[in-house]
Write a protein that binds this ligand. Structure first.
Ligand code: ADP
Length: 425
């Protein structure tokens, strides 16, 4: 039976959290959105045979009222699964707008869970995010000096998280500083009680090292709600006597053909596509202009795939460099071009799995969302990590079981595609 119920405010962030929980020893399943009652009964054993459930929402930048509504629905659903603690997961750079949604969701969850106090710690030292005196650092830079100051949707221009969260929250926000955290879990728990007695609902908690996160995790044992980036995940399983082990990442044996669908145009993915081709990998480029012209691109990709040796991984990609993308975007519009290519790649992914692909790597956050939806995947069992933030997963699709790895654009080493399949072998 699951003990920990997690609500993540975006899709790849959910996988990042699930990956960290697995590495800390939990068996984890990730759900795409809140299941309906009918879906719940079809998910069956997947939901009971795990230690943590992560519900992936897409609530980071939507209207605060909608984010609250979706988060409360996810919370109720997780409580219905019998979880003992709720973990609200946001980005390790505290991505939010002046309206929220971190503050409004924390306020609503505290009220809903009757939780008088919670913590807020986005620190993730393994990923170079640390919090000191309430200030968030990205590597050696303050958050407000980092690239996050120019983020198109959630520009972060204040590094003082106490101030940021206070501006979004209707309750008082406090701080548990590094000096306390370093003294260990008992001191942190005392500080939590003192702050709560002073009428403070949530506290930013400093963390610079993994050891800090382990202390904070232990001190959080009695909290009904914790809120954090994915880093805190390493500190919670110990509260249920769960430690890192070989079994948590076990997946069924992989079978079927191997394929990669790549719709990410990030620098990292461009390099990964080039590396796969340079190694002699079989690859087919999808031309956006041909899709726009109504050419039968999906059918052509499928017949190309059928012509390849069944033991060779194949790559089908729209990945391109910025000049080519801009040309397509100026012709079709940014959003229309993106959606059209996502749909084409998702159709190809569904047909490939229907035709016997059993190991699928998808590159690109939005592309992954489109492929998972098109495959009818609702639940993913989280397996071993390929590269930080990207685990192999196992899911039931409309065409049966499939091993799937969803790589957000900038993740993964240059040889990611080759490495991913070698791991399953
Ligand atoms: P990332 O994780 O790198 O941001 P996403 O999949 O989230 O990748 O986003 C990439 C976007 O670019 C998608 O909407 C995709 O459909 C679009 N896209 C992919 N290839 C092209 C292309 N050749 N021209 C224009 N847009 C493209």
């Amino acid at each position: 039976m699951a003990r920990l119920g997690c609500i993540a405010d975006d899709f790849t962030g959910a996988t990042d959290l699930a990956n960290n929980l697995v590495r800390a020893g939990m068996r984890v399943v990730q759900l795409i959105g809140v299941p309906t009652d009918a879906e719940r009964s079809s998910l069956g054993a997947g939901l009971t045979d795990c230690d943590a459930i992560v519900v992936a929402l897409k609530s980071r930048t939507i209207e605060p009222a909608a984010a609250v509504e979706q988060s409360l629905a996810a919370c109720d659903w997780l409580l219905g699964c019998g979880v003992e603690q709720i973990y609200f997961k946001y980005c390790s750079t505290f991505d939010s707008t002046p309206k929220g949604n971190i503050g409004p969701v924390i306020d609503a969850l505290c009220k809903h869970l009757n939780a008088p106090f919670t913590i807020a710690t986005p620190a993730f030292p393994d990923n170079h995010r640390s919090v000191f005196m309430g200030h968030l650092f990205v590597g050696e830079q303050l958050l407000s000096d980092s690239g996050m100051k120019n983020h198109p949707l959630t520009p972060m221009t204040d590094s003082n998280l106490v101030r940021v969260l206070q501006s979004q929250s209707s309750s008082r926000v406090g701080l548990i500083s590094s000096a306390v955290v370093r003294k260990g879990s008992a001191e942190i728990a005392n500080a939590m009680m003192r702050l709560q007695a002073d009428g403070i609902q949530s506290a930013i908690v400093d963390a610079i090292t993994n050891e800090d996160l382990l202390h904070i995790g232990k001190a959080s044992k009695g909290l009904r709600l914790v809120t954090a980036g994915s880093g805190l995940a390493i500190g919670l399983p110990q509260n249920w006597n769960i430690a890192p082990n070989d079994r948590s990442a076990a997946l069924p044996t992989a079978a079927g053909r191997s394929a990669i669908i790549s719709g990410s145009c990030s620098l990292a993915t461009n390099a990964q596509v080039a590396d796969f081709i340079a190694r002699g990998g079989r690859a087919l480029a999808v031309d956006a202009m041909r899709v726009a012209a109504g050419q039968p691109v999906v059918q052509q990709a499928l017949s190309w795939a059928h012509g390849q040796p069944s033991d060779a991984p194949i790559l089908i990609y729209s990945t391109a460099e910025s000049g080519a993308i801009r040309a397509v975007q100026s012709e079709l519009g940014v959003e229309a071009a993106g959606q059209m290519i996502e749909k084409t790649l998702a159709d190809i992914a569904r047909e490939l799995v229907g035709a016997g692909v059993g190991r699928l790597v998808v590159a690109g956050g939005e592309t992954s969302g489109a492929c998972v939806a098109s495959l009818g995947i609702k639940l993913m069992q989280i397996g071993p990590q390929i590269d930080p933030g990207v685990p192999w997963c196992y899911a039931q699709s409309e065409h049966g079981g499939v091993h799937i790895a969803l790589k957000s654009g900038n993740f993964g080493t240059t040889d990611f595609f080759t490495k991913a399949f070698a791991m399953l072998d």
